[in-house]
Design a protein around this ligand. Structure first.
Ligand SMILES: O=C(O)CCC(=O)C(=O)O
Ligand SMILES: [Fe+2]
Length: 202
């Protein structure tokens, strides 16, 4: 089972390794972010996928949608999905995020956390299809959730960033190698949040 967040009310932890993570609040203004949140919730081809853990099928505790260039089919253990074609909104966001990231992305994974029960467990995005040192740009709309990272070699070394409405979190090269991240479930009531992670699938 996932643990409940240790950082429920905390802001950005002191000592956050900024060579691995770059947090930029307010990349999109509130009105624009409200509209993106509404539109993505209403229009993305949301799916709830199943994860196989020790031969048991477990529904992923959030909804996902995958968009990208044709040919960037993305497969995870237990899940395969064909990308939907880019929408005008996603292309607009991608064009803003790319110069800030120094990367041309060819796909984006959307996560929809419907309430505080939705989450993503500790993991790193280090599948071989993302290359050895992936850079991932993460945009958040909606409810502020705590993004926790922990050092793979020492789980007690942990930090947390509150991902605000309209913010960008750049996960830089090296983060996936040595650190895991999660969005923990929350005991506080939580409204909807949509997160976009722009990626390069090779
Ligand atoms: O929702 C988030 O901020 C993180 C999502 C994530 O880690 C992922 O999709 O791999
Ligand atoms: Fe991730």
């Amino acid at each position: 089972m996932e643990q409940l967040t240790l950082f429920a009310a905390a802001g950005q932890s002191k000592g956050l390794p900024t060579h691995l993570l770059d947090y930029r609040p307010g990349l999109f203004c509130t009105a624009e972010s409200d509209e993106y949140l509404r539109k993505f919730i209403a229009e993305a081809p949301w799916k709830q996928t199943a994860l196989k853990i020790k031969d048991k099928e477990i529904a992923t505790p959030r909804l996902t949608a995958w968009y990208g260039d044709l040919g960037t089919d993305y497969s995870h253990p237990g899940r395969i999905s064909n990308p939907a074609p880019w929408t005008p909104e996603l292309l607009k966001i991608k064009a803003i995020v790319e110069p800030l990231s120094g990367v041309k992305f060819n796909s984006v994974l959307l996560n929809y956390y419907r309430d505080g029960n939705d989450s993503v467990a500790w993991h790193s995005d280090k599948e071989s299809i993302l290359g050895k040192h992936p850079v991932i740009a993460s945009i958040s709309f909606g409810e502020v959730r705590s993004f926790d990272i922990r050092n793979k070699a020492d789980h007690l070394e942990k930090y947390s960033v509150r991902l605000e409405h309209g913010s960008l979190l750049l996960m830089k090269s090296g983060l996936q190698e040595h650190w895991e991240h999660r969005i923990a479930k929350s005991v506080q009531p939580m409204k909807a949040r949509v997160n976009l992670t722009f990626r390069v699938v090779i």
